[in-house]
Design a protein around this ligand. Sequence first.
Ligand code: GDP
Length: 304
Amino acid sequence: QEKYDKGLAKTRKTFKQRMNELFANFRSVDEDFFEEVEETLISADVGFETSMRIADELRQEVKLRNAKKPGAVQNAIIEKLVDLYEEEGLNEVNELNLQPNGLSVFLFVGVNGVGKTTSIGKLANQYREQGKKVLLAAADTFRAGAIDQLVVWGERAQVEVVRGKAGGDPAAVVFDAMQRAKEENADVLLVDTAGRLQNKVNLMNELDKIKRIIQRVDPEAPHEVLLVLDATTGQNAMTQAKQFKETTDVTGLVLTKLDGTAKGGIVLAIRNELHLPVKLVGLGEGIDDLEPFNPNDFVVGLFK
Ligand code: GDP
């Protein structure tokens, strides 16, 4: 929780500052005010649609309550943000779909540099510490260095890495890894993939092929397709999420680098506009800096 609070400090400070500015100039709840609310939310990376929606609901709510004092209006804003989460059960922690018995296969997708390899390493370490047998598959055979990087994380996390040749067929690596995982009775297989969004058709074909290969060994797998996004890129992350969602069945998000950014508001936008659950957040470069995401704590934390 401490790490979580620290990681979100920047987002919180910026959000609070903007809210304070909004209420410092508070005159009355007129149309100008609601437009300022919209602008404040957009500038906090809450996203355009989400900001409009919150402002619209706020208009009704303020009228309904006949709220005139700044404190009452601010409370209404907090409640709207929390409501947004609760509506779809978003206030609950979204656990990873870990199988109670047998192998769990999680596929990691996302563009280069977002923190895919790092997140895989961190998660592998957590599972290994819990006494699970973990395997990693280096299926990003496209980018020079990607395999080596995963091997380094494998050493750090003390788990085995199944790898092929650079430039080789990623599906072949995944097939080997599935075989190995079954033979060795592994509990978790984490698969690193290449994320080339510039060619969506290729990416789609590649991910489809990887999935088919996995399903040849286990028809129920993969149990998660986790899209990794870099929170510091704000609206860019949002665009990537939309594109990946069109390319493959994403089951959840890993939002990295929340420690270094004031753009944590992106979490709200992603939730409201894409209906994708954030399952994990990255809060630093260290092996222990990966935490389950708790939406309620997050929203409440914005106003602490
Ligand atoms: P990949 O290309 O998607 O596999 O990205 P990497 O895992 O290689 O990460 C890219 C850079 O982001 C590295 O320098 C990581 O240390 C850094 N990084 C990853 N996750 C986090 C995080 O949660 N917080 C911070 N501050 N840095 C991170």
